[in-house]
Write a protein that binds this ligand. Structure first.
Ligand code: ADP
Ligand code: ASP
Ligand code: MG
Length: 482
């Protein structure tokens, strides 16, 4: 295993941390703070907030021949980027160069949108190309804003570093190739004392014999993943995920405003939470960090003095059973009843082979002698899956379901915990209960419209007297007095 480079810190800033000139200036001063501590930051940025959604909408218009609607959206984005650049950069040459680069990117984007509109067909590959402009633009702008404030930034095109397969829309990174690319393109910059700035979320698929790969993306929310891949590939001392909340909280603060900050949490718990819907982290983020035991911090760019959440291999024990509650919405339950001739063995294998063939992950399974129920969130693959399933079984679907998941390592060995959970939500109709695939979570399926109410009840039950070594109880007291 490579030697850790403790002086390197990967700092990933999400969409709200680069949403406008004010936010980008805050980001610059946070990065300058790390430089003052003699650390070497590498900065990974998301697209400005809501830009990815707008680009996807533009691509979708273009795919339906709605050329003018697509170009109009692109135009609003062009204006937003040009204005933000002007607010950030005053040095004339630098601003001229930045404006030129922004115009160049939007001219290419508009060409692309016209091309898609002309054929009226949007492929996943072209969609990735369209959506990549968000991070390409934000990273360029942030690099220029840093230079303006004497941070020795160097813009790096993420596509030369984050090398992936060609699974457009959710590409799988090639970690050894990324490590080699980081050594070739990023480490030399750090050795020169520069601060590399690159976009998250995007990568490229190299085609043999060509240098410029084809643009890919890592899936929605994938900039966190880029941060972890860069941290893992360089064997950095820390990975910081800067966002708009004080850290990982006991549940989504949009549902429970009095949710508490979790001070420390294990890699396993954080991964489980992310997988089961806590949007604060992309589910794949933790893996590269775990492999090299790199601590990950979740921090608030609007409140940089707050110590955030530390995700680590061995957090201290916690007196409360759970650390956090997550919800994953928009799930479908599929009840699959075997056709007569297939009742014998082989039925389950055949069912799972179908999901596997369509790259569809199953969240929960329950079985009886003649049927199996599974829950999935891959709505796109459903028509193809159901066509295959109907060849071997009778199939029923129930959509608009949600999975509630309570996570905590300390539930291991606590007896009667499920009784406590279900008494807290006795008023809610529970459809399926997890059979405990993982020892650190308890999950169950309910109707989507019951999610907020269930989470509020569970939060009240399990976080009314929180363990102060793990949870930020001081903030709670301030909030209670306010
Ligand atoms: P970014 O753009 O910085 O990547 P995201 O919007 O992807 O930020 O993630 C941050 C949001 O995640 C928060 O604003 C919060 O509403 C939501 N969230 C959901 N669950 C949690 C949780 N357990 N802890 C903290 N935030 C959560
Ligand atoms: N901009 C991308 C998205 O909105 C990636 C990210 O922000 O993490 O999904
Ligand atoms: Mg995010």
């Amino acid at each position: 295993m490579s030697t850790p480079r403790n002086h390197i810190v990967v700092m990933k800033f999400g969409g709200t941390s680069v949403e406008d000139a004010t936010a980008i200036l805050r980001t610059a001063s946070i990065v300058a703070g790390r430089l003052h501590k003699n650390l070497n930051p590498i900065v990974v940025v998301s697209a400005m907030s809501r830009v990815t959604d707008t680009l996807l909408a533009a691509a979708s218009f273009a795919g339906k021949n709605a050329r003018e609607d697509a170009l109009k959206l692109s135009d609003t984005l062009r204006t937003r980027h040009l204005n933000t650049a002007a607010d950030l950069v005053t040095q004339t040459d630098r601003l001229t160069a930045l404006h030129l680069a922004i115009h160049h990117d939007f001219d290419s984007l508009d060409d692309l949108l016209r091309g898609i509109s002309a054929v009226g067909e949007l492929t996943p590959r072209t969609e990735d190309n369209v959506v990549s402009f968000g991070e390409r633009l934000s990273s360029r702008m942030v690099a220029a804003a840093f230079a303006e404030r004497n941070i020795p930034s160097a813009h790096v095109d993420a596509r030369s570093v984050i090398l992936t397969d060609n699974h457009y829309g959710k590409a799988t990174p090639d970690e050894p190739a990324i490590e080699a690319a980081l050594a070739a393109h990023v480490l030399p910059l750090i050795d020169l004392g520069k601060v590399p700035v690159m976009g998250g979320f995007i990568g490229s698929h190299k085609v043999n014999g060509t240098d410029a790969g084809i643009t890919t993306t890592l899936g929605r929310g994938g900039s966190d993943y880029t941060g972890a891949l860069v941290g893992g590939g360089l064997h950095a001392g820390a990975i910081e995920i800067w966002t708009d909340v004080n850290g990982i909280m006991t549940t989504d603060p949009r549902i429970v405003p009095e949710a508490l900050r979790v001070k420390t949490i294990s890699f396993e718990e954080a991964a489980e939470l992310a997988y089961f819907g806590a949007k604060v982290l992309h589910p794949a983020t933790i893996l590269p960090a775990v492999q090299k035991n790199i601590p990950v911090f979740v921090l608030n760019s609007r409140n940089a003095a707050n110590e955030g959440t530390k995700i680590t291999a061995t957090p201290p024990p916690c007196a409360s059973p759970f650390k956090s509650i997550a919800a994953k919405k928009k799930l479908t339950i599929i009840d699959i009843v075997a056709s007569r001739m297939l009742l014998a063995h082989g039925f389950l294998a055949a069912v799972f082979a179908i999901f596997d063939k369509h790259h569809c992950a199953i969240d929960m399974v329950s079985t009886s002698e003649i049927s199996v129920s599974v829950t999935v969130d891959s709505r796109e693959a459903l028509p193809a899956i159901s066509a295959d399933l109907s060849k071997i079984a009778d199939v029923k679907y129930e959509s608009n379901k949600a999975l509630i998941c309570l996570v905590g390592e300390d539930i291991r060995g606590i007896s009667g915990i499920s009784g406590q959970v279900f008494s807290a939500v006795s008023h809610v109709n529970i459809r399926m209960i997890s059979q405990g695939a993982s020892e650190i979570n308890m999950s169950f399926m309910i109707n989507e419209e019951d999610v907020d109410e269930a989470i509020r009840s569970l939060h009240k039950k399990f976080f009314s007297s929180p363990d102060p070594t793990i949870f930020d109880t001081e903030a709670a007291q301030v909030l209670n007095k306010a």
